[in-house]
Write a protein that binds this ligand. Structure first.
Ligand SMILES: [Zn+2]
Length: 252
């Protein structure tokens, strides 16, 4: 049984056929998933999808590339959904210095407001971090708390630092890419106790389906690659990452 910790069934590309994707996931033993928001509309849709489907949960938040005009009032509106039992995290939130549409200070301000929100409701955070590892680390160290580095693209050493703060590392499609050395190193060297798996669909389709639309059923290929790199049975990877995901999201 698999747990895809990061899907965007709320995205334009997947929403229309979301029932078919959920069915295909179940046919491939992908029983659980978390639908992740990145702005107000996608967060509301994530809550809706979680409330309509068993074993589907959601995270709500404003992503670093979608927070240019986000205000405290928007965060207050988001807060109205925080008590919903299917909202298991605040996310995706974080820092992304690869794109420069939103300034660093604005990203940090909105990230901090949402860490505060997560703390208030005692929910973990789902972090999007790209080309901003040191600043992200500093903010998490200052704040304490717990959560997930989603679609982790940093080094092994950085991963260990996040883990020492109480965070988990989630691996996505890039771990399956032939020339992706760093994610493979992370899969190999980081203990399974701290690893999660995700598709981040519709993006980052794993090998051998690159170029096609990604969907939750493909999370099996992420588990398969981790099992190969760790030289263990895929069933162990499936069981442990599902256990880890339930633990961090507080799912019984
Ligand atoms: Zn995402």
């Amino acid at each position: 049984m698999y747990f895809d910790t990061h899907v965007h069934l709320n995205s334009e590309q997947l929403y229309e056929n979301h029932q078919a994707f959920i069915e295909n996931a179940h046919n491939n033993q992908v029983e659980y998933m978390v639908v992740v928001g990145y702005d107000l509309a996608s967060s509301k849709l994530a809550v809706e999808l979680a409330n309509q489907n068993p074993n589907i949960y959601c995270a709500i938040g404003f992503g670093p590339n979608d927070c240019l005009n986000t205000t405290q009032q928007d965060i207050n509106e988001l807060e109205q959904y925080m008590s919903d039992p299917n909202v298991v995290a605040v996310g995706e939130i974080g820092l992304d210095y690869y794109w420069d549409e939103v300034g660093k200070e604005k990203q940090q301000e909105i990230f901090q407001l949402q860490i505060d929100l997560a703390k208030k409701y005692d929910k973990p955070i789902v972090i999007h971090c790209r080309d901003a590892f040191e600043d992200t680390y500093q903010m998490l160290e200052r704040n304490g708390h717990r959560g997930i580095l989603h679609c982790y693209s940093g080094s092994v050493e950085m991963a260990k630092r996040f883990i020492s703060l109480g965070y988990m590392i989630s691996l996505a499609g890039p771990v399956t890419f032939k020339n992706a050395k760093v994610p493979k190193d992370v899969a190999e060297q980081i203990d399974l106790n701290s690893l999660l798996i995700e598709t981040d669909c519709p993006y980052l389709t794993p090998h051998p389906f690159r170029g096609k639309l990604n969907e939750p059923a493909n999370v099996v290929y992420i588990a398969q690659e981790i099992a190969k790199l760790k030289n263990m049975e895929i069933e162990n990877v499936a069981r442990m990452t599902t256990f880890n995901a339930k633990k961090i999201f507080g799912i019984k």
